[in-house]
Design a protein around this ligand. Structure first.
Ligand code: IYR
Length: 325
């Protein structure tokens, strides 16, 4: 796979395609990042953007993971000490998940977000941005109902991070896109370049196929899950025999195959007893999707294969969590 295909695969949006093509033409030494509000344990949302970071490392990029402690504080996620502790716990899990340790730079936001230059630039951005625009940018990220001043500052700091970490590319889930658009519009007004961004898809709730899987509501998969937890969750997942069921629903089982399993395994084997036709082997996601749609692959067999691949992906991180306890 060439660098552009690797960098852009499974992305929902490239901002802009032309800029991504330019980066892909000479990826060696370019810097890409994802920022995460620390939560202690990686869940499937973290893992999805981490897959993109692994793609980028394979393409020759340097990768930065921002443990966004100040952002979590601004978003009311606990005391500063609690947030720092949970951030520390995540580093090992990212490496266990498959990021290249030699080539992953972990940074805490608090290392540079209180420097004089950063704070002055932040105030310049505050002058360039309406409250309305800042709170709209936060609509899919904020945890509380009524917007606080902290939530207006949050996206402006996220924009500045891109500059202060000396990055060529910002990665985030689709829920980050409004913040990145704000960054593209406002950074040039204080003398910086508009950042290039890649947005990854959101995985629907495992139980219902609705909206986005999140740790706060619905069913999610995390590195703390035991093999049995994963089997139970996947077995009760919504899995109609099509990728696009009626309405706004998604098939989360297929999404996880597409965005988590196929990027990490050369081949996917669905084990079946001979009397049900024997094993099925897939070299690419679309042939598995086609078989589910045609009825050749039964949802129950797809689910049991999915549980076992997910378990393989999660097992090294789960071990790190258990060792730390
Ligand atoms: N908004 C992210 C956290 C975050 C991301 C980046 I990229 C930053 O520079 C800072 C914070 C979230 O919702 O987790």
């Amino acid at each position: 796979m060439d660098a552009y295909d690797l960098i852009s695969r499974n992305a929902d949006e490239l901002v802009t395609e032309e800029e991504v093509r330019d980066l892909a033409a000479d990826p060696e030494g370019k810097r890409a990042y994802v920022g995460y509000e620390p939560s202690g344990v990686l869940h499937i949302g973290h893992m999805l953007t981490a897959n993109k970071l692994i793609d980028l490392q394979e393409a020759g990029f340097e990768v930065v993971i921002l443990l966004a402690d100040v952002h979590a504080y601004l978003n009311d996620k606990g005391t500063f000490e609690e947030i720092r502790d949970t951030a520390e716990r995540m580093k090992e899990q990212f490496i266990a998940y498959g990021l290249d340790e030699e080539n992953t730079e972990f940074r805490f936001g608090s290392e540079f977000q209180m420097d004089d230059d950063y704070v002055l630039d932040l105030h310049s951005l505050e002058l360039e941005t309406t409250l309305n625009r800042a709170s709209r940018a936060m609509s899919e990220i904020q945890s509380g109902e009524s917007t606080k001043v902290s939530q207006a500052v949050y996206p402006l700091m996220q924009a500045l991070d891109i500059e202060y970490l000396d990055l060529d590319l910002a990665i985030g889930g689709m829920e980050q896109r409004k913040v990145h658009m704000l960054a593209r519009d406002t950074l040039p007004s204080i003398g910086y370049d508009a950042p290039t961004c890649i947005h990854t898809p959101l995985i629907a709730d495992l139980g219902s196929g609705e909206g986005k899987m999140s740790s706060s509501k619905g069913v999610t998969i995390s590195m703390e899950d035991s093999t049995e937890d994963i089997e139970d969750k996947v077995n009760s997942a919504f899995c109609p025999p099509t990728r696009d069921p009626e309405g706004d629903l998604e098939n989360p089982v297929l999404q996880i195959f597409e965005y988590h399993v196929f990027p990490r395994f050369q081949q996917v084997v669905v084990e079946r007893p001979d009397k049900y036709g024997g094993n099925l082997e897939y070299d690419d996601y679309h042939s598995l999707e086609d078989d589910l749609e045609s009825g050749e692959l039964h949802p129950a067999d797809a689910k049991s294969a999915l549980s076992s691949y997910l378990d393989d992906l999660i097992a090294p991180g789960r071990e790190k969590i258990q060792q730390a306890e």
